[in-house]
Design a protein around this ligand. Structure first.
Ligand code: BEZ
Ligand code: FE
Length: 288
């Protein structure tokens, strides 16, 4: 190949990979090169624009370490994470839908008993979350593990906020034979994804709000069932239709009802007034 030009470029690069022994790698890289060249042909970047793109990706990489992952945030905000998730978690109707994991999951959350609170500082609006974990026939699943985490009522995860105790608003709950779960917490609020890096600048330049609607994260697993990584979103949140990471699904929006009932509050171990939210998760049996 001595005549690499606008017309021959794509074929030339594909031909150079023809000896690749890994079929899947070859398939993926051929697609990446073909689409990337198509983008370049379509937008015809100036040299300055191309260098700005290189700098953007360089800064994205420079903001990745064992605690921060700016590339995942980039994938999240471009809708790629949710698209990959959708392709990999095609579910039968009625099964709980999945969403992005997000950067704030921490392994090894404290084990809790049903009814416990996950709030270590007692701040925020008292909230009672309950429901059941069911199979597709509507039968309760015993021994399902719910890994729960959420931001504080002012919109920060414990790992982002020195003022919160470690493992605040995190807990692991295991269902009994009735499949029920119930715990106390603080009502979550909407919050911005981290905006101090290139992804934040990108959102700003695109006129996109960095906000996520209020939610509680769950990973739910049970022996013999496919685990699901999901959220429950607070109905009525102003950002449900503009989630910065495209994580919202209608089936995961739940009313958080406010109650003014001192007797019931006392029974549930909450201050009055309080909120309740209820949801039934449905897991799919593993096949094969
Ligand atoms: C989160 O909900 O914790 C989250 C998800 C994706 C990107 C940033 C934050
Ligand atoms: Fe979150």
């Amino acid at each position: 190949m001595r005549d690499f030009n606008e017309t021959t470029a794509t074929a030339a690069v594909l031909e150079r990979m023809s000896g690749c022994k890994d079929r899947r790698l070859k398939e993926i890289m051929a697609s990446v090169v073909t689409h990337l060249h198509a983008v370049v042909r379509e937008v015809e970047p100036t040299m300055e624009e191309w260098m700005a793109a290189i700098q953007f990706l360089t800064q994205t990489g420079q903001m990745c370490d064992d605690k921060r992952q700016q590339f995942i945030l980039l994938s999240d905000t471009l809708g790629v994470s949710m698209l990959v998730d959708a392709i990999n978690h095609r579910k039968p109707s009625g099964a709980t839908e999945s969403t992005v994991l997000g950067p704030f999951h921490v392994a090894g959350a404290p084990k809790k008993k049903m009814g416990d609170t996950i709030s270590k500082d007692g701040k925020g609006d008292p909230t009672y979350v309950s429901g059941r974990v069911l199979d597709q026939a509507g039968q309760p699943i015993a021994g399902a593990l719910l890994d729960v985490w959420q931001s504080s009522s002012d919109g920060f995860y414990d790992v982002q906020d020195q003022r919160q105790p470690e493992m605040n608003l995190r807990g692991l709950f295991t269902t009994a034979a009735d499949g029920r779960f119930f715990f106390r917490t603080a009502k979550p609020s909407s919050y911005p994804i981290p905006t101090d890096g290139p992804v934040g600048k990108m959102l700003m330049a695109l006129g996109r709000p960095p906000m996520r609607p209020a939610h509680i994260h769950f990973i739910i697993g049970a022996p013999g069932f496919e685990p699901v990584t999901t959220h429950l979103f607070v109905a009525g949140d102003e950002y449900l239709d503009s989630d910065a990471v495209f994580g919202v699904k209608g089936s995961l929006i739940v009313p958080f009802e406010q109650h003014d009932d001192a007797k019931r509050a006392q029974q549930l171990g909450l201050a009055n007034p309080f909120f309740t939210a209820e949801y039934e998760f449905m897991l799919v049996r593993e096949t094969g």
